[in-house]
Design a protein around this ligand. Sequence first.
Ligand code: ADP
Ligand code: TRP
Length: 311
Amino acid sequence: MQRLLTGLQPSGALHIGNYFGALKPFADMYNTYESYLMVVDYHALTTTRDPKELKANIFNAVRDYLSVGVDPSKAVIFQQSQVQEHTELAWIFECLVTVPFLELAHAYKDKVAKGLEANAGLFNYPMLMAADILLYDTNVVPVGQDQKQHVEYAREAAAKFNNVYGETFKEPRELIQESVAVVPGTDGKKMSKSYGNTIPLFGTKDEIAKAVMSIVTDSSGEKPKNVYTIHKLLKSKSALGFIYEASMGNYKTLKEALIEDLDALIAPMRAKRESITDDDIRRILKEGSDRARVVASVKMATVRKRIGVAL
Ligand code: ADP
Ligand code: TRP
């Protein structure tokens, strides 16, 4: 079985754009691989210094994935900070690559351009990510388009190490999830937490209703485009054809139908989410981190030997 590894950013509340664009495609395929799912809390430290927020977001990241159906008995779910081999290997890679090479990272440049502090952790981010991936002899790394270059960095780190110290790491490939169309927000632009135009993924029915009622509709008659585009993610074209014909031009009724269909999708996930306790998550992460460490420590023993520090 091929090995898959990906990193979950512990960050804020999710919206239905995240669900259809990332979580659902992931939940549909992860169990055809031997999957490692890692909460990248040390990466999060490059942009947050609020311990309470970081802790809450670690719990939330795991809760989100469990709520959409990821089964902890079918994937190793773990915390990056609890497997120290990650930061150890990152250091070794940092000693192999140059500053100009890291300066080419788009994600780093974008973040600094947006006003984030250019701390050294943010700069070295790709080498920690390379360590995350390479420690596990990962074959595939499912990521969004924006992370493609980071997987290339991991391949480069593997090649550099192998070149200097002999064949040790497998070169991974990215698995870009781009089959799903962009989900529009309530204003018709891409749904995004930074635009304040979201429908919350685990919202109450009232919250869903409030967001849906605020969807901007054009006045060109027929189908309200933004409502229909979201509705299409939930129901077949033929089922929708019937509803949109019967209520043509009646935007309120169409929005009410969308609220019902969204709630039918979300209610079970919301209930699942509420049933998961912090202790459940602690237990899952502990078991996962113990399992991940077994794999990572074997790899690191080889690495230490190869670089000449194992006496
Ligand atoms: P946001 O734009 O809200 O900050 P992120 O950039 O954190 O979202 O995206 C996390 C994941 O969710 C990515 O894989 C991204 O492709 C997916 N995603 C985010 N917004 C949408 C959207 N509107 N439609 C489809 N997928 C989306
Ligand atoms: N950089 C990734 C992101 O922002 C998160 C990440 C960290 C990751 N380590 C990883 C993704 C390893 C895949 C594999 O989404």
